[in-house]
Design a protein around this ligand. Structure first.
Ligand SMILES: [Zn+2]
Length: 438
């Protein structure tokens, strides 16, 4: 990879004598380097990318003489925007604004909607909602198609008709219980050149649980979700992927057993990747409180699981970060751990949380985090990177997570009240820009 020092560059405005300051550190992409010359005018009015041909190359550097850092726009392959069907929780527009606020320029929306996008006809309402929102935000929204009709786990969706419009196929929100159905889905997906993104969960092993079946659940008299309910299905789906040659992506890995199974499968050459949410890397059931904002599926697991997930990140077993942004109404999240809906929001806290928790503490590099959030998801899902997608951050700014200031309609986050470094100043893509001023 060619490397350039950013101090070679001369801000274009400075050359013309226009007062401006070079304020950015750069990002890289696809083994190459992003090409932007962005600087802030003295009147703080705007950031402007240099026109094509005037651009210079740069890297993320550790220099401290820059106020802002630019990254390729993040890409989240696992979000719930709730439209059509549940717009009181979130719409494509509010979700997209939350995404832009978190530095994302591309997201993939899960199909647990109404109607469930299981045919071309049933995908149409979502495509219309997306088209309407995309006029107003810089965020590209790519829908998932369902694996089975109505996500009911029986008859397969019209995968052939959906294939050209969807990021991949998933019945996220529930596991496909029948191995026979999953086998047929993988054969079909493989023939279409599409990925199966699996929410792995064995219903028969849930026993009414709603938080991790661990110390906290036992101490506080809660019903636990066993780790086995996840890894049993991870094991099955890896076996099926191996048999069919289908590209498999495991959603929101949360247990140490799942990490081991995926690590072994990759070593055998199985075409499998996986994602993890920021909360599983930064929290465990030790952090639980009697509050719905700590309830999601899969649940926060044990400290041992959290450490195994971190090892998975470090050795490349875990390929990417996905937030599983899953907004609900305040009322739906107000019934404590037992009664609240599963799901937390994540788009607006993921980068600051991980930058603070993993990069500033020296666990991973900033480059690694950008790979996990921007590069690897696109490579795996074949999502082209549009050179106009970037996000600008003030990494020195510290902020307390205040859900009342979220652009998402959802407010439930276990990070509420925590103090993180990193403030998004601007997200831009496809000729549209959202600017965040504090
Ligand atoms: Zn899921």
């Amino acid at each position: 990879m060619r490397r350039y020092r950013q101090d070679r560059a001369i801000p274009r405005g400075a050359r013309r004598g226009v007062p401006c300051r070079k304020v950015l550190r750069g990002g890289f992409f696809h083994g190459g380097i992003m090409r932007y010359n962005i600087f802030k005018h003295e009147d703080y009015s705007e950031f402007s990318p240099a026109p094509e041909g005037e651009a210079f190359d740069f890297l993320i550097s550790s220099g401290s003489d820059f106020e802002y850092t630019v990254f390729p726009g993040f890409c989240d392959v696992h979000v719930h925007f709730r439209e059509p069907g549940f717009s009181y929780k979130e719409t494509v527009l509010t979700g997209s604004r939350a995404a832009a606020h978190g530095g994302y320029t591309t997201v993939c929306t899960m199909p647990n909607l109404s109607p469930v996008p299981d045919s071309a006809e049933n995908l149409l309402p979502e495509l219309i909602a997306i088209a309407a929102a995309q006029d107003k935000t810089p965020v590209r929204v790519i829908p998932y198609g369902a694996i089975t009709k109505g996500e009911r786990g029986g008859e397969l969706s019209d995968m052939e008709a959906l294939a050209c419009s969807v990021a991949a196929f998933s019945d996220d929100g529930r596991g496909v219980q029948s191995g026979e159905v999953m086998l047929r889905a993988m054969e079909k997906a493989h023939s279409l050149g599409k990925i199966i993104a699996a929410h792995c969960e064995v219903n028969d092993l849930l026993f009414g649980g709603y938080i991790h079946d661990g110390e906290y659940a036992r101490a506080h008299g809660h019903r636990g979700i066993s780790s086995e309910s996840e890894w049993r299905e991870v094991e099955r789906d890896i076996r099926l992927a191996e048999a069919t040659g289908c590209a498999l992506h495991i959603c929101h890995v949360s247990t140490k057993e799942s990490v081991s199974l995926i690590r072994e499968a990759k070593a055998r050459g199985v075409d499998v990747t996986c994602e993890v949410g920021p909360h599983y890397l930064l929290m465990s059931d030790r952090d639980l409180q009697e509050d719905g904002r700590f309830k999601m599926n899969p649940p926060l697991r044990s400290e041992e699981d959290r450490e195994a997930l971190m090892h998975g990140i470090l050795d490349g077993t875990i390929d990417m970060i996905a937030t599983d942004h899953a907004p609900h109404s305040a009322e739906e999240k107000s019934r404590g751990l037992s009664g609240s809906a599963f799901g937390i929001v994540g788009l607006e806290t993921s980068f600051p949380a991980l930058y603070t928790g993993l990069v500033k503490t020296g666990v991973i590099t900033l480059e690694k985090l950008v790979r996990l959030m921007a590069i690897n998801p696109r490579l795996r899902f074949g999502i082209p990177y549009d050179g106009s997608e970037y996000t600008v951050w003030d990494l020195g700014a510290e902020e307390t997570v205040d859900p009342e200031r979220f652009l998402s309609l959802g407010r439930a986050t276990p990070f509420a009240g925590m103090r993180f470094s990193g403030r998004c100043a601007l997200t831009s893509a496809h000729g549209k820009t959202e600017v965040y001023k504090n």
